[in-house]
Design a protein around this ligand. Sequence first.
Ligand SMILES: *[C@@H]1O[C@H](CO)[C@@H](O)[C@H](O)[C@H]1NC(C)=O
Ligand SMILES: *[C@@H]1O[C@H](CO)[C@@H](O)[C@H](O)[C@H]1NC(C)=O
Length: 544
Amino acid sequence: MTLAKLLRRLQDLVANLVAALETMLLFPALFRDPFRTRPGPFHSAYWRRRSLDSLADEVDRLFTAPLTPPNMCAMSDQMRAQLSAALQSSQINMLPSYTRTLPTGAETGTFLALDVGGSTLRVSLVHLAGQGTMAIRHVASTPIDEEVKLLEGTRFFDWMASHIDTMLAEVDAEDGRGPVPLSVGLSWSFPLEQTSHNTGLLIHMGKGFMCSTGTVGQELGQLITEACRRRNLSVAVDAIVNDGSATLLSRAYVDPTTRMSLILGTGTNMAIHYPVDCIGRAKFGDRPPAWFEGAPHVIVNTEMSMFGGAVLPLTRWDEILNRTHLRPDYQPLEYMITGRYLGEIVRLVIVEAVETAHLFRGELPHSMRDAYSFDTSLLAAIEADPSPQLTISAALLQKEHPGTHAPRPEDMRFLRRVCQTVSRRAAGYLATAIHSMWSLHNDADAEAESPADTVPGKAPKQVTVIEREGNPRSLSIACDGSVINKYPGFRDHCQAYLDQLTHETAASRESLDPSPSLIHLDPAPESAILGAAVAVAIAVSEQP
Ligand SMILES: *[C@@H]1O[C@H](CO)[C@@H](O)[C@H](O)[C@H]1NC(C)=O
Ligand SMILES: *[C@@H]1O[C@H](CO)[C@@H](O)[C@H](O)[C@H]1NC(C)=O
């Protein structure tokens, strides 16, 4: 090797070193951030610094490309096939409840409604006045804190009974203190092996609760009744419903076109009122033959969050979220649309933007390094920020995730675009899932109406939605949960996608009357309490 050659090599080496140093200065986050999933520093993306705008464009393209009406219709068809298959045989979703009858709106009475959720106990007296009107006469909310969660076995139910006692005393109600037991409706947001419309066996509660310790296999209604009896309160648990059924029932009392419910907050689920005969018999478990002689429909707990796998496309950020999740692929839809995950998806985009597009001057705030550290409420605040330079949400962001520098206006503009894109995609995927449920529902109705005209497995030519009363071509979906009811613009965006989808369906079936808005998303506030009251009203009116 000649000296000249050696010198040239040396020169190259120095130049490479300088380039590497330059990169360290340009992308400090890259070298400080121990974020595990980033590709190595020799990955080509890191040697190309890009503008925030170009990254925002790419984010937009990747998230929203699947949201064209024809593609959403195709995805809805595939999801409907998943739902149909699960209706026949799955043991973990499309589960028939014990609730068969929807309210007429004429039920009357005053009932005790209990709502036991993951973080709050609510005890309420609800008055149903008939003609579809009802009112909460009194409600007492108590947080279920760590201490309460640690109450073992019957002590948890004693704690519940004490709050029932206090609430009844507050309203000076004689109910429950006389010889006639007070009818109780229970909204229970935990796993339960239900055995009839008002009984169920406790199974492991999870979510940090200890009350199933020593009580697994015991009857839930009885645990509550006995705890009340120890306080000289006479109650009868006449209905137990899960949150999805409660939402459907509460809205059906007011609007007779309600056939489905949707919950979208931290998690998501749907319930639909569906013909018993279209559901695989094995799915009903051990029910007495008499049960099948009742009303022809039953409320089905769909566990919709589990559907959409291999149908709804993932972006590279969704892939990271799935890969690092404790249960990859378990709830595909949930991971892309619910409050628990929207913030994390945005955080993953932020991490990449800090590294490759100099977001936050290339510095990731320390508190944002951990997975799930970016709350979905921040997305909502950024989207709702009315200040022209987004200074309000910038201040909030700086408060919750302090960085060395305050976020710049261009950082905030980027964030706003990403939040909009991620929430828009969620609204689109949700609309697709709802549309697949709606198609399933229409198929079943068409089958029930005209079995002779329907080729099994084929979509009916005409969309026929048969309703009890009200507009025969409309169907109401009762909505509850913070994301669907409170996230800025979310329900409207979802409704707009649904309208596009129903248009597309009508057009593809050459219907002459492609009426839009066949499906309405309608808020059902306080649905857990009101639904529990409606459930107990129906149960009482059906008692012999
Ligand atoms: C329940 O009633 C019995 C008999 O009237 C009484 O002795 C007892 O103290 C009462 N218990 C409570 C908790 O009020
Ligand atoms: C989700 O992650 C698991 C585990 O890494 C992987 O096997 C699976 O293919 C991923 N699913 C999708 C849709 O990417």
